[in-house]
Ligand binder design. Structure first.
Ligand code: ADP
Ligand code: MG
Length: 252
């Protein structure tokens, strides 16, 4: 579904590389988390996938085709500035379709309505984002990401600003959405427990520049509950991952 082949990248103002000959791949339908301490380049990887940044060399493929000259191959939910505050929820959700220009007004209204229903926000299309709770705003932003119609979803620390209880409900909710929608999800987090709860595989950024992502299979099937996290295999992987991250945080 997604493949990096020897991708290198550096920011213009830096004299060091963020990514150096990075290769990895994600299979169709997988839920994969990328973890690493703050500032290690997680969001940079996402910005390269959705072409907000341009790589220096290497290839990025989605469905075996280069992303160059393509549009609409991924839905990106950024870390912050999720919804435009001056637009209603409905107008925010229409945005990806307005950009694509492939739907009539009536089709857009219908799609917004049915997607809001799916994410449990029926009837809220005329509210402003400021009138919603933090968890509801995240769901609305996720709904907008779904409305890009892409099979590849890039979610950048979507729950990091939420309080603990809202966050764990949103994690359960996201797994339900993923199981129903059959999308491929690449999920960034710095929270090891969140990565373990959600993903089939965890990719760890271990060194800088990023030359490889170390892949760990999560030793637990789906569906999952919070109790899955207390299995001894999960606990020992959690400790192993925390150790790796702490070592790396000391290097940054
Ligand atoms: P993460 O998402 O893992 O916290 P980022 O990918 O956002 O990290 O950033 C990685 C590094 O690149 C950080 O040190 C950050 O300061 C730097 N960085 C981010 N954006 C820019 C930019 N536009 N220009 C220069 N450096 C940047
Ligand atoms: Mg980030």
């Amino acid at each position: 579904m997604l493949e990096f082949k020897d991708v290198s990248f550096k920011y213009d103002i830096d004299d060091y590389y963020m990514l150096k000959n990075l290769s990895f791949h994600i299979n169709k339908g997988e839920f994969v988390s990328v973890i690493g301490p703050s500032g290690c380049g997680k969001s940079t990887i996402f910005r390269l996938i959705c072409k907000l940044l341009e790589r220096e060399s290497g290839q990025i493929l989605v469905d075996n085709q280069s992303i160059d000259q393509r549009k609409g191959y991924c839905g990106y939910m950024p870390q912050k500035d999720l919804l435009f505050p001056w637009r209603t929820v409905g107008e925010n959700l229409k945005l990806p379709m307005q950009i694509q220009k492939t739907f009539t007004k009536e089709q857009m209204t219908e799609k917004v309505k049915s997607t809001l229903e799916k994410v449990g926000l029926s009837g809220l299309e005329n509210k402003k984002p400021s009138e919603l709770s933090g968890g509801m705003r995240q769901r609305a932003a996720f709904a907008r990401t779904l409305l890009t119609g892409s099979d590849l979803l890039l979610l950048d620390e979507p729950f990091s600003a939420l309080d603990f209880l809202t966050r764990i409900s949103m994690q359960e909710w996201l797994l339900e959405q993923w199981e129903r929608e059959h999308k491929t999800v690449l999920f960034i987090t710095h929270d090891v427990e969140e990565a373990l709860f959600l993903s089939g595989r965890v990719l760890v950024i271990e060194d800088l520049p990023i030359k490889k992502l170390v892949s760990f299979d999560v030793p637990c099937g789906y569906p999952r509950t919070r109790e899955s996290l207390t299995k001894s295999e999960m606990l020992s992987l959690r400790e192993q991952l925390i150790k790796m991250l702490r070592r790396e945080a000391n290097l940054i």
